[in-house]
Design a protein around this ligand. Structure first.
Ligand SMILES: [Zn+2]
Ligand SMILES: [Zn+2]
Length: 292
């Protein structure tokens, strides 16, 4: 979120929030008698209590718009993963959870153990990197324009995550286009090579380091090995082996970050599979199996 507007005591308060504050204060004044009239009455204590409750309600209504998390549980029948779906059961305010910024390609998956919120990484993170959550619109399901519109309406910011700045294709397009990138051998460089390895330049356009075809071929093979890990992870999931699947998929995702570059369809699908595996450790409701 871009914090370019006024601050008050170190807290970002956009003008639009101030407007709402003023409207709420006005509403409160109109709903309840003026200070002087209240002081004259015998029900001083009662009015103070009402005033306190009103302030709390106003405050929490404002907090809810930006900081509430939908609490969900996983509903499943026989199989641990196949046919399982998430079901929203409540809304909660988590002060620490609310500190996470949004990315359309989030770094963490969220699930709930009782009322406790749990956030777990679904991709490798380097020290100092921002750990982003997802507020709803995910690039796999929605195009950039639709995400931007939803985020601006609900959360009042323009997203500048990597999926937005590079305009990553959604899942449907990725599957059709078979996008495949190899990262530059220089770890500090973010340039990514696209297409056939034989056509790569001899010098990286991003950092000017020399590019050896053999090394890039080897990286391409390493990406294929990652895909094999994802497939093995999916097989473990079919067998209901949650923890074996997590180990296998995490290994694949970690290795992918050393040789490939995003977006990469199968890596994103693997990250979503990790989300399901993690959620199986959270609140799960076993639905009765219908009689045939
Ligand atoms: Zn974004
Ligand atoms: Zn480079």
């Amino acid at each position: 979120m871009q914090k370019t507007e006024m601050t008050l005591g170190g807290i970002y308060i956009p003008p639009s929030v101030r407007e709402k504050e003023e409207k709420l204060a006005k509403t409160k004044t109109e709903l309840y008698p003026s200070e002087s009239r209240r002081r004259r009455g015998r029900q001083l204590k009662l009015w103070d209590d009402i005033n306190c409750i009103t302030e709390l309600l106003c405050r929490n209504l404002q907090l809810l718009q930006f900081n509430a998390h939908e609490i969900y549980e996983t509903i499943r029948r026989g199989h641990k993963f196949s046919g399982a779906r998430s079901h929203h059961v409540a809304v909660g305010v988590y002060p620490t959870g609310a500190l996470f910024n949004h990315e359309c390609h989030p770094a963490v998956a969220r699930y709930f153990c009782g009322k406790k919120i749990v956030l777990r990484a679904i991709r490798p993170l380097v020290p100092g990197e921002a750990v982003a959550e997802n507020y709803g619109p995910h690039f796999l399901m929605k195009g950039r324009q639709e995400r931007q519109r939803a985020l601006a309406c609900r959360y009042w910011f323009s997203c500048r995550c990597i999926a937005c700045t590079e305009d990553w294709p959604n899942l449907k397009h990725m599957k059709a286009e078979k996008i495949f990138y190899i990262r530059c051998p220089n770890e500090a460089c973010v340039y990514k090579f696209k297409g056939n390895v034989k056509n790569y330049p001899k010098i990286c356009p991003g950092c000017s380091c020399s590019i050896r075809k053999e090394e890039m071929m080897s990286r391409s093979e390493q990406v294929e090995q990652c895909v094999q890990k994802y497939e093995l992870g999916a097989k473990f999931m079919e067998e209901g082996k949650q923890f074996e699947a997590i180990t296998c998929i995490c290994n694949g995702v970690d290795n992918f970050s050393k040789c490939g570059a995003l977006p990469h369809c199968k890596t994103h699908i693997a990250q979503e599979a990790l989300r399901s595996c993690f959620a199986a450790s959270g609140n799960v409701h076993l639905a009765p199996i219908a009689d045939k």
